[in-house]
Design a binder for this molecule. Structure first.
Ligand SMILES: *Cc1c(COP(=O)(O)O)cnc(C)c1O
Length: 389
């Protein structure tokens, strides 16, 4: 009874969203802080002043939101928290919105360089549709965001998975070799998931220079705001670069489902054509209101990112002192393991104590845990549990 194409589907399995018990949730890389009070105020005001808008179709192209996103990127240089390691701040003031010299974008990001969609998952799905062909392999790291292979199946795009180096970094040379062999596109997350490691902007620049120039090169910057280097400045150099971003992590907005991409306007138009062929109104009125207000209060989110980076670095120190092997995280999560402590069993012990973290049964990473960085109180609770493991 089902269409043949259904056999290509291998749906994504998200971190658990249990209803049986209240857990401390450190398994989906959500931000532990609420959105800015200005977001809440904007939603209240919008519904109060214009209740009729809930009965009308929203702006199909989210023009106000795209303008706000462009403004935010220009203001902060494309990243909220130039943290790297040890760059966090307890109770950061959020005053340091201006980019460091190194992060300044050498042009003005304009709204026609932005495409906004219903979560970056949807944006990514349209990117796959618009830019990746079925007649050659899409090149990606073996361990990266696990939704990419799901879309590969959905759109019948064959994949070439390149193993990571032994230190968990992306094997740039091998990725390029594979891409050039078939004149293929490349996609990866930077910083990468679940490893938490990032490439510098310069490393990505060198990669794009050597990659096929007539194929799209996608960098998913879902975690960049917690200490990575954004590749937005590289848009001045490369017409084939697409940068995907989300409000789910650093903009405390996973519930509103809002993601976007930054690219040259011709590529934005291509993705808009996909959108208009499938779902004309992907972002509802409430989400557009939330996203716009969030972008207008960038200082608040700088502060949140600094706090997350601070808690992360403290927690990494704690785990290392307890004999855990922990990768140097540039994200809002930690990837770690301990000799003689099986990942699955540890995950279960932590869950029994009321805290959810993420364990992947995927071969190669099954010894590891991926732990989202929460508030100070949440991390204290986790310390108490992991102390004895
Ligand atoms: C969380 C995440 C996404 C999805 O973000 P949404 O906007 O919530 O759909 C995309 N890419 C990576 C690497 C992520 O970690």
């Amino acid at each position: 009874m089902l269409a043949q194409r259904m056999s290509n589907l291998h749906p994504y399995v998200p971190g658990e969203q249990p209803k049986d018990r209240v857990y401390i949730k450190l398994n989906a890389n959500e931000n532990p802080y609420p959105p800015s009070p200005k977001v809440i105020k904007a939603v209240r005001a919008a519904v109060k002043a214009h209740p009729e808008k809930l009965g009308l179709y929203p702006d199909p192209d989210s023009n106000q939101l795209k303008a706000a996103i462009a403004d935010m990127l220009n203001k902060c240089g494309g990243v909220l928290c130039r943290a790297n390691l040890k760059g966090g701040k307890k109770n950061g003031s959020g005053a340091e919105v201006s980019p460091s010299e190194a992060d300044k974008i050498p042009f003005t990001v304009t709204p026609d360089m932005i495409y906004a969609g219903n979560g970056s998952d949807e944006v990514l799905s349209f990117v796959f549709y618009a830019f990746f062909d079925s007649d050659r392999d899409l090149v990606l790291p073996e361990h990266t965001y696990s939704f990419y292979p799901v879309y590969g199946g959905f759109y019948s795009i064959p994949l070439k998975k390149v193993p990571l180096n032994s230190d968990w970094t992306i094997d740039k040379e091998k990725m390029l070799e594979e891409a050039n062999a078939q004149n293929s596109s490349i996609i990866f997350a930077n910083p990468n998931a679940p490893t938490s490691l990032g490439l510098t902007r310069n490393e990505v620049r060198e990669m794009i220079k050597k990659a096929p120039a007539d194929r799209i090169f996608v960098v998913d910057e879902a975690y960049v705001d917690f200490g990575g280097e954004s590749c937005i400045p590289l848009l001045a150099e490369f017409k084939n670069l697409v940068i995907v971003r989300t409000t789910s992590k650093s903009l405390c907005g996973a519930g509103q489902r809002l993601g976007f991409l930054v690219a040259n306007p011709e590529l934005v138009n291509a993705v808009t054509t996909v959108k208009n062929s499938l779902n004309h109104f992907p972002i509802d009125f409430m989400a557009q209101t939330c996203g716009t207000a969030a972008c207008e209060d960038v200082g608040y989110y700088v502060k949140c990112a600094q706090n997350v980076a601070f808690e992360r670095d403290e927690f990494v120190d704690f785990l290392r002192n307890k004999g855990w092997y922990v990768l140097d995280s540039q994200t809002n999560f930690i990837f770690c393991r301990k000799d003689g402590v099986p990942g699955e069993e540890t995950y279960r012990k932590i869950k029994e104590a009321g805290i959810l973290v993420r364990h992947f049964a995927t071969p190669g990473i099954e010894e590891y845990l991926r732990i989202t960085v929460g508030t100070h109180e949440q991390m204290q609770a986790l310390r108490k549990v992991m102390e004895n493991i």
